[in-house]
Design a protein around this ligand. Structure first.
Ligand SMILES: O=C1O[C@H](COP(=O)(O)O)[C@@H](O)[C@H](O)[C@H]1O
Length: 249
């Protein structure tokens, strides 16, 4: 697989169009792989409409549920049924209704602390992958979904925090968050997230305009440093674009 390329920017009209475009990219990645598929989900506000779409009749019947495994890129260290739990949101929106339970891979939050949870999830990912080190020619994920927080964090990798520099471990405990909710986190690291055929950011809404402006200016924030070893796509809507380029892309 080639070295990480620049992200491809795709601008759509609004949040509905963005969810639709994201759903089509999910389906395209599934169609591209006739074997076992691994998708890394994300939390936060970005993917909620996409998850509703994947749970709708229009998509449910088209997804080969027996071939797709669903992971999560980061988790809040709260019980698995807590509304703040990222995988709980995905489960409620679409997974629980359709995915075999053995194909849903939450980050365990019953471990004694975030580090223990991270170590357990790394073992689970390595067992699934069949190796303890990542082969650049054989990505861990077909697709990884990502968001960008107001401080430029992605997954639970916060600017200036040591976890963003991790190069060895696949998953790390994050003792404290930089933004709400201020609960400890568990996050995949940049190398683990990079091991994918496609990394897809969803950035929508006027609230995201300040951070998208910084990302487009190339500030070395986690959401800019996160790149796929394959294709990286920033899917954004008009409302999130900086004023100067709105309507112009
Ligand atoms: O806390 C988190 O934040 C990021 C960004 O979420 P957003 O709501 O600001 O769009 C998200 O990608 C991550 O999964 C989540 O845990």
């Amino acid at each position: 697989m080639a070295a990480a390329d620049q992200p491809k920017l795709i601008v759509v009209a609004d949040a509905e169009a963005l969810a639709q475009a994201a759903a089509e990219r999910v389906m395209a990645r599934i169609a591209a792989n006739p074997g076992r598929i691994a998708i890394g989900l994300t939390g936060g506000s970005g993917p909620k409409k996409l998850y509703q779409l994947l749970g709708s009749d229009a998509y449910r019947g088209k997804i080969p549920w027996d071939r797709v495994h669903w992971f999560i890129g980061d988790e809040r260290f709260v019980p698995e049924n807590d509304p703040l739990n990222n995988m709980a949101v995905a489960r409620a929106a679409f997974l629980d209704r359709s995915a075999p339970s053995g194909h849903i891979h939450p980050i365990p939050t019953t471990a004694e602390n975030p580090d223990a949870s991270a170590a357990a999830y790394a073992r689970e990912l390595q067992a699934f992958y069949g190796a303890e080190s990542l082969d650049p020619a054989r990505p861990l994920f077909d697709l990884v979904l990502m968001g960008a927080g107001p401080d430029g964090h992605t997954a639970s990798l916060f600017p200036g925090y040591p976890e963003i520099e991790e190069t060895g471990r696949w998953v790390v405990g994050v003792p404290k968050a930089n933004v709400a909710p201020f609960v400890p986190r568990v996050s995949l690291t940049l190398p683990a997230l990079a091991s994918c055929r496609e990394m897809l950011f969803e950035i929508a809404g006027h609230d995201k305009q300040p951070i998208l402006t910084r990302l487009l200016n190339g500030e070395t924030l986690p959401a800019v440093r996160a790149r796929s070893n394959g294709e990286t796509v920033w899917l954004v809507d008009q409302a999130a674009l900086p004023e100067g380029i709105r309507g112009g892309r």
